[in-house]
Design a protein around this ligand. Sequence first.
Ligand SMILES: Nc1ncnc2c1ncn2[C@@H]1O[C@H](COP(=O)(O)OP(=O)(O)O)[C@@H](O)[C@H]1O
Ligand SMILES: [Mg+2]
Length: 370
Amino acid sequence: MWAALRGRQNARMPPRGTKRVAALAEQNERLERELTRRVAELERERDFIATVVDSTSPLFSVLDTEGLVVRYNTPLARLGGVEDRHVRGLPFWDVFVIPGEAADFRRRLYEDDGVEHEHAFRRGDGSTAIVAWAKCGLVDGDGQPRILLSGVDVTERKREREELRASRARIVHAADAARRRIERDLHDGAQQRLVGLALDLRLARTAVREGDERGAARRLETLEVELAHALDELRELARGIHPTVLTERGLPEALESLAVRSSVPVEIEQAPSERLPLEVEAAVYFVVAEALTNVAKYAQARVASVRVFCEDGAVVAEIEDDGIGGAEVSGGSGLRGLSDRIEVLEGTLSIESPRGGPTFVRAMIPVEAR
Ligand SMILES: Nc1ncnc2c1ncn2[C@@H]1O[C@H](COP(=O)(O)OP(=O)(O)O)[C@@H](O)[C@H]1O
Ligand SMILES: [Mg+2]
């Protein structure tokens, strides 16, 4: 029985001699092929990770536990204008963070993982970038404990938010100023006239009571004229708040009414016949009104022209004059206010006005998405 068992065992043992060598060689070859395949796979994986780390916008850096630079990715090298091999071993904050914030940065580096902080980083060109960053601890391939920093350049986002905040504040301020102006106009204009009218009315009544027919007639005539003036003033004031002609008859007539009132000859070359959303029509109207007021006030122009048309889902208003140029959004409050009003409607205002002229004001307001 034992012999029989041994015989079976022998049958399972690898073949001896040349056959065994050939089998080993084959096994070796298979292992080598497998190894080559795995190495290629790992290389591909490594290349992929390197490409991702270097070509996405987030900033990555690996630091040792002291906060010294081990390495960082291309976007961070681009931001700081220095490659990691030149600053390896230097404190990260000395390389990147502006001096006033370096100490704070260093402190935050040892706070909890994943908490977001913001610090000002020095760019290669000397300007400053605001970077939002967080860190986490990790162990690298050699078993070394490291700190991984990941950050995003939020300079532009912050600037936009700041600009939005400023423009909101300006809009609120402009609305308050407009209310104060209306109050003043009413007080100085119509209110004074009405007070005068009340006085005239009393004098007319006295004249009637005293049987002074001619005097009464004269008083009533004055009253009529004054009343007409008060009405005109109120109409003018209302037009400044919201032009009735715009609501009732649309842009072409409203623009004509602006042209007629202008002291510089204005040609309305184009105006859309179809009705547009109310807020868009109002914005176009106020752009043209302000631009034409500016032409009269500053341009010393001979003529001005206005074109309003629809193009690619937007309405475009162009106002041109042949005056002296030099218009600037930052030069006063009128153009700034227009720019804010248009931005609220997600449009843009652009001004070309070289010294010596001519001046070209262009507003574009999207209509389709409304
Ligand atoms: N059509 C124009 N031609 C020449 N200068 C202009 C024109 N429009 C505006 N400007 C200049 O740009 C400045 C800014 O305009 P604006 O913001 O409307 O100011 P304001 O509120 O004083 O009217 C004006 O003070 C003026 O110097
Ligand atoms: Mg102005």
